[in-house]
Design a binder for this molecule. Structure first.
Ligand code: 13P
Length: 337
């Protein structure tokens, strides 16, 4: 298959009505934090057991079109001794891979961060592709305050995202472009809207500069919400603010926007996505690419006990199903019961 057809066929598999993406690509420190919250020590075997359990949930592929894996998981076999990528494919789910190396302080820009990982990325992408990954993820992180992010942070992170995306596409791998404006802080909804607009506009400037084909990417942004320490906005307010920003800065050529959950509760993330999809047809498919908002209830139900596997699978399937409904505005709060 030509590179071009490969990209478009992966986009078709990922961007499907009623389906979204599961982000199960937590780095070692992050998964250790999630496991600790449910009383589990993070060892290689425990991580394999948990992820194998989640990926083999019967029916997961009805609502999940792709799963983002961490490097370790892509190299592991499931509890039934099948490579994890093969297990996902047997569920009709496309395997993907987180390829950035995490964030560090941006020099000469106090309070800002920059994502690392471009050195040697071409070689790593070849290896991941041979292991079965068909799409990738790179996350840029923007702290928000009255003065952050700085112009340096906005332009430098956009440049990294664009170079990563161009490299992925040259190898037939669909890039998920993730500019995450953090929810931490006491900023208002209006401030979040301004920052998201500036950040995303710069990302598309950089994508254009690097000749990234917009039909062959997925955008993974934050929803526009007030900071965690500010009064909450209603799902309708979040939806209106989010779409106002996106209509201004996201070209219609982008096939899919899959939101991150970013610290929203599972119920909030579903209600907000539902409100976004209740405002009529938009140029892009609007769906989810949640980590915590899909997995938190499943991790609690599992708590490291193999005997709880069935409860964990039920919990993730429920969140996937409700978010699936939210992609067409058909979610109702009473479906939570
Ligand atoms: P959350 O939905 O937990 O924010 O995770 C999504 C993700 O992939 C962050 O990079």
């Amino acid at each position: 298959m030509s590179i071009q057809n490969e990209l478009l066929s992966t986009i078709q598999s990922l961007v499907q009505p009623g389906k979204g993406i599961l982000a199960a690509d937590e780095s070692h420190p992050t998964i250790a934090k999630r496991f600790k919250a449910v009383g589990v020590e993070s060892t290689e075997d425990k991580r394999r057991e948990y992820r194998s359990l989640i990926f083999s949930t019967p029916g997961l592929g009805d609502y999940v079109s792709g799963v983002i894996l961490f490097e370790e998981t892509l190299g592991q076999n499931s509890l039934d001794n099948v490579p994890m990528a093969k297990l996902l494919e047997s569920q009709g789910i496309v395997p993907g891979i987180k390829v950035d190396k995490g964030k560090k302080s941006l020099i000469n820009a106090p309070g800002d961060e920059i994502t690392y990982g471009l050195d040697g990325l071409d070689d790593r992408l070849e290896i991941y592709k041979n292991q079965g990954a068909r799409f990738a993820k790179w996350r840029a992180v923007y702290n928000i305050s009255d003065s952050l992010p700085s112009r340096q942070a906005v332009t430098a992170n956009a440049e990294m995202l664009a170079r990563y995306a161009a490299l992925c596409q040259s190898l037939g791998i669909v890039p998920i472009v993730e500019p995450e404006v953090l929810i931490d802080g006491d900023h208002t909804l209006e401030r979040a809207a301004d920052v998201n607009e500036a950040v995303i506009a710069e990302v598309f400037n950089a994508l254009r500069r690097h000749q990234v084909q917009l039909e062959g990417i997925i955008l993974k942004p934050s929803m526009v919400t007030p900071g965690k320490a500010c009064a909450k906005a209603s799902p309708e307010e979040v939806a209106e603010a989010t779409l106002r920003v996106f209509r201004r800065v996201v070209p219609a050529a982008v096939p899919g926007i899959n939101f991150l959950s970013g610290g929203q509760t599972p119920e909030e993330a579903t209600a907000n996505l539902n409100a976004i999809n209740s405002l009529g047809r938009q140029p892009w498919n609007l769906s989810f690419s949640y980590g915590r908002a899909l997995q938190e209830p499943a991790q609690k139900a599992w708590a490291g006990e193999p005997g709880n596997g069935h409860y964990a699978q039920n919990a993730i399937l429920k969140r996937a199903r409700l978010n699936g409904a939210a992609t067409s505005g058909e979610y109702k709060a009473d479906m939570e019961i």
